[in-house]
Design a protein around this ligand. Structure first.
Ligand code: BGC
Length: 443
């Protein structure tokens, strides 16, 4: 089929992938997650002992894959537990490792963005109370300063925290992540301390490297009332949205972090952000439910007719991408889609999911909304936290016996998209012909 129409992205739009240290490096035995694995908390007794073996040097071949993908950017993270194995003790090998990694990216003309804390924390930090500890922001700030001093000549783009809003819920309310608490008050305390840590971290990066570009990554989930005519469902959906998504960006307006249990004014918190990372995967429907006070009286579920990912973790709701950008733009910061993707071992949904989401992102970008780029989650199948290896988010498939990687069709599609800086009907015809009528309606 001849190419006749194209979804074109603006010049300099970033195309990348996102990864996180604990999920790809392996050999991370100073981490809370390692202890969590030893306690038998990972599905199917899966292990992060080796992962993608980046610590063993296989990041080199994966960075070559980024080149194959025509990617201009990459989001990686550093493992705090590796760099600071005990309080204020710095591991020079770990620092050298990350210097090598950043150099390898730059040698490939790929611009790195480094997340300073992506979920895993040192065991000693958790033993001191983790993010519940009111001193956590100061402890984190010390780490941030060290990292930016050591790596700042190789990287100027940083994220302080990955999805603090999602993390607080998973680790302190749902109990799925270490330390496995199930308490709303703990969750809110952790959220507040993480906001304080972000602010401290933001200013620490700026102090060491004034020219830096610093943000955080928010997990954005959409919540829609199951019965739009029901005021109670509407109220419950709004509660979910506000509590999950809104507290963080709202706090930038005046430096006050607001929770249902009280407000905290954080010095320096106003405007402590250069860009906002948005990580959008899915949308929940919400019904008012009096029996769920811990979930703010909202029962969440996917719609019956939703197209679900392999393990039912994600419902494909591409329009959400447009809505998320529309919502976030009012904060007046540049936006980056710092994660988006779907678990799909057979690659039967990913191509469609990716094209549909990019189409809605294209709409937003072409309204001149300030989205700088898109980082696909993820490059190669990785360790998906308590879900272990049961979920496969990679453009490349990982063989866990041999550690060899194999490109899924989505990888070559993503490479074509990055090279073209968009996609046309010919790409859609080749990779997801079922979308032709939807994306290029004849009528
Ligand atoms: C996290 C990643 C995770 C991905 C898919 C995001 O919430 O930042 O670490 O692997 O979702 O589950």
């Amino acid at each position: 089929m001849a190419a006749t129409a194209r979804f074109q992205f603006p010049k300099d739009f970033r195309w990348g992938t996102a990864t996180a240290a604990y999920q790809v490096e392996g050999h991370g035995d100073n981490a809370d997650w390692w202890a969590w694995e030893q306690a038998g908390k990972i599905i199917n007794s899966d292990s992060a002992a080796v992962c993608n073996d980046w610590w063993g040097g296989r990041y080199i071949e994966d960075f070559d894959r980024m080149v194959e993908l025509h990617n201009t950017h990459a989001r990686i993270s550093v493992a705090w537990e590796r760099i600071e194995p005990s309080p204020s003790v710095w591991n020079e090998d770990a620092i050298a490792f990350y210097r090598d990694m950043l150099t390898a990216l730059r040698d490939r003309d790929i611009v790195p963005m480094v997340t300073l804390s992506h979920f895993s924390v040192p065991i000693w930090f958790l033993e001191q109370g983790g993010w519940m500890n009111d001193d956590a922001p100061v402890i984190f700030e010390r780490f941030v300063r060290k990292v930016v001093r050591e790596l700042g000549d190789l990287c100027t783009e940083w994220m302080t925290l990955n999805e603090p809003n999602g993390y607080a819920v998973l680790a302190y309310l749902a109990g799925d992540f270490p330390p496995g608490h199930e308490s709303l008050t703990d969750t809110l305390k952790v959220s507040r301390n993480m906001f304080r840590a972000h602010v401290a971290g933001y200013h620490a990066v700026k102090a060491v490297q004034p020219e830096s570009f610093v943000g955080y990554a928010l997990a954005i989930r959409l919540f829609d009332p199951d019965r739009p005519g029901s005021p109670l469902d509407r109220w419950a959906a709004r509660q979910q949205f506000n509590n999950f998504n809104v507290a963080w960006p709202n706090a930038l307006r005046d430096g006050v972090f607001r929770t249902p249990l009280g407000n905290t004014a954080v010095k320096g918190g106003k405007d402590a952000l250069d860009f906002m990372g948005l990580q959008y995967y899915t949308r929940d429907m919400v019904r008012f439910d009096l029996s769920r006070p811990n979930e703010l009286f909202g029962r969440r579920f996917f719609r019956e007719d939703d197209e679900l990912s392999h393990t039912g973790f994600i419902a494909n709701y591409p329009e959400g991408m447009f809505r998320v950008v529309d919502w976030a733009r009012k904060y007046g910061k540049p936006l980056i889609i710092s994660e988006s993707g779907v678990e799909d071992p057979e690659d039967s949904l990913r191509r469609r999911y990716l094209l549909q989401h990019l189409r809605h992102l294209w709409r937003a970008v072409n309204f001149t909304w300030p989205v700088l780029g898109f980082y696909h989650w993820t490059l190669v199948d990785n360790f998906e936290w308590e879900r272990g290896w049961s979920q496969r988010f990679g453009l490349y498939e990982l063989d866990l016996e041999t550690y060899t990687r194999k490109a899924r069709p989505s990888a070559s599609m993503y490479a074509e998209i990055a090279r073209m800086n968009g996609f046309d009907n010919e790409i859609v015809a080749r990779y997801a012909p079922e979308l032709l009528d939807e994306l290029f309606p004849v009528k």
